[in-house]
Design a protein around this ligand. Sequence first.
Ligand SMILES: [Zn+2]
Length: 128
Amino acid sequence: MLNHFSHSELACPTTGELRLASGFGEALERLRVELDAPIYLSSACRSPSHNEKVRGHPHSLHLTVNDHWGTGGCCAIDAVATEGDYRAKIISLALDQEWSVGVASNFIHLDQRSRYCGLPQVLYHYGR
Ligand SMILES: [Zn+2]
Protein backbone atom coordinates (compact mmCIF):
# COMPACT_ATOMS: atom_id res chain seq x y z
CA MET A 1 0.00 0.00 0.00
CA LEU A 2 2.73 2.48 0.95
CA ASN A 3 6.36 2.17 -0.10
CA HIS A 4 7.97 2.48 3.31
CA PHE A 5 5.31 1.14 5.67
CA SER A 6 3.86 -2.35 5.85
CA HIS A 7 0.22 -3.23 6.25
CA SER A 8 0.91 -4.83 9.62
CA GLU A 9 2.65 -1.82 11.16
CA LEU A 10 -0.14 0.53 10.04
CA ALA A 11 -3.04 -1.73 11.03
CA CYS A 12 -4.80 -1.86 14.38
CA PRO A 13 -3.04 -4.49 16.55
CA THR A 14 -6.35 -5.68 17.99
CA THR A 15 -8.58 -5.94 14.91
CA GLY A 16 -6.17 -5.71 11.97
CA GLU A 17 -8.24 -2.86 10.60
CA LEU A 18 -6.40 -0.37 8.37
CA ARG A 19 -8.19 2.82 7.48
CA LEU A 20 -6.28 6.03 6.87
CA ALA A 21 -7.76 9.48 6.34
CA SER A 22 -7.75 10.36 2.65
CA GLY A 23 -4.25 11.51 1.66
CA PHE A 24 -2.72 10.68 5.04
CA GLY A 25 -0.62 7.81 3.68
CA GLU A 26 0.91 10.14 1.10
CA ALA A 27 1.75 12.69 3.81
CA LEU A 28 3.41 9.95 5.86
CA GLU A 29 5.42 8.77 2.85
CA ARG A 30 6.55 12.33 2.16
CA LEU A 31 7.75 12.70 5.75
CA ARG A 32 9.63 9.38 5.52
CA VAL A 33 11.27 10.26 2.18
CA GLU A 34 12.40 13.71 3.28
CA LEU A 35 13.62 12.37 6.63
CA ASP A 36 15.66 9.81 4.70
CA ALA A 37 15.75 7.48 7.71
CA PRO A 38 13.49 4.70 8.96
CA ILE A 39 10.36 5.57 10.90
CA TYR A 40 9.41 2.72 13.25
CA LEU A 41 5.74 2.95 14.16
CA SER A 42 4.66 1.96 17.65
CA SER A 43 1.07 2.98 16.89
CA ALA A 44 -0.92 4.00 13.82
CA CYS A 45 -4.51 2.77 13.28
CA ARG A 46 -6.57 2.10 16.40
CA SER A 47 -10.01 0.57 16.22
CA PRO A 48 -12.36 2.00 18.86
CA SER A 49 -11.91 -1.17 20.97
CA HIS A 50 -8.11 -0.98 20.80
CA ASN A 51 -8.17 2.73 21.61
CA GLU A 52 -10.18 1.98 24.72
CA LYS A 53 -7.78 -0.81 25.67
CA VAL A 54 -4.74 1.48 25.51
CA ARG A 55 -6.70 4.30 27.17
CA GLY A 56 -6.34 6.59 24.19
CA HIS A 57 -8.16 9.91 24.08
CA PRO A 58 -11.82 9.20 23.16
CA HIS A 59 -11.46 11.44 20.06
CA SER A 60 -7.93 10.25 19.27
CA LEU A 61 -6.70 10.95 15.76
CA HIS A 62 -5.38 7.36 15.67
CA LEU A 63 -8.99 6.15 15.46
CA THR A 64 -10.09 4.30 12.33
CA VAL A 65 -13.63 5.52 13.02
CA ASN A 66 -13.83 9.05 14.34
CA ASP A 67 -17.34 10.43 14.42
CA HIS A 68 -16.26 13.42 16.46
CA TRP A 69 -13.79 14.80 13.91
CA GLY A 70 -15.07 13.02 10.81
CA THR A 71 -11.53 12.29 9.66
CA GLY A 72 -12.48 9.25 7.57
CA GLY A 73 -9.70 7.26 9.22
CA CYS A 74 -6.48 7.38 11.15
CA CYS A 75 -4.44 10.58 10.74
CA ALA A 76 -1.85 10.05 13.49
CA ILE A 77 1.20 7.89 14.14
CA ASP A 78 3.61 7.32 17.00
CA ALA A 79 7.24 6.94 15.95
CA VAL A 80 9.83 5.27 18.14
CA ALA A 81 12.42 7.96 18.85
CA THR A 82 14.97 7.67 21.60
CA GLU A 83 18.12 9.17 20.13
CA GLY A 84 18.68 12.93 20.31
CA ASP A 85 19.69 13.74 16.73
CA TYR A 86 16.91 11.61 15.29
CA ARG A 87 14.33 13.21 17.58
CA ALA A 88 15.43 16.72 16.62
CA LYS A 89 15.38 15.89 12.92
CA ILE A 90 11.95 14.25 12.83
CA ILE A 91 10.39 16.97 15.02
CA SER A 92 11.67 19.87 12.94
CA LEU A 93 10.80 18.22 9.62
CA ALA A 94 7.31 17.28 10.84
CA LEU A 95 6.66 20.85 12.00
CA ASP A 96 7.74 22.14 8.57
CA GLN A 97 5.23 19.78 6.95
CA GLU A 98 2.29 21.00 9.07
CA TRP A 99 2.20 18.01 11.41
CA SER A 100 1.26 18.53 15.02
CA VAL A 101 3.87 17.01 17.30
CA GLY A 102 3.66 15.45 20.76
CA VAL A 103 6.98 14.74 22.37
CA ALA A 104 7.34 11.84 24.81
CA SER A 105 10.52 10.46 26.34
CA ASN A 106 10.74 7.48 23.95
CA PHE A 107 8.39 8.27 21.07
CA ILE A 108 7.05 11.16 19.02
CA HIS A 109 3.31 11.42 18.30
CA LEU A 110 2.57 13.03 14.92
CA ASP A 111 -0.87 13.95 13.62
CA GLN A 112 -2.43 16.06 10.93
CA ARG A 113 -5.11 17.83 12.96
CA SER A 114 -4.73 21.08 11.04
CA ARG A 115 -5.55 19.30 7.77
CA TYR A 116 -8.35 16.98 8.94
CA CYS A 117 -9.88 18.80 11.92
CA GLY A 118 -9.22 22.46 11.13
CA LEU A 119 -7.32 22.77 14.40
CA PRO A 120 -4.20 24.88 14.82
CA GLN A 121 -0.86 23.11 14.56
CA VAL A 122 0.56 22.37 18.00
CA LEU A 123 3.78 21.18 19.58
CA TYR A 124 3.39 19.68 23.04
CA HIS A 125 5.16 17.56 25.58
CA TYR A 126 3.67 14.55 27.35
CA GLY A 127 3.73 15.04 31.10
CA ARG A 128 5.74 12.58 33.13
ZN1 LIG B 1 -0.18 9.06 19.14
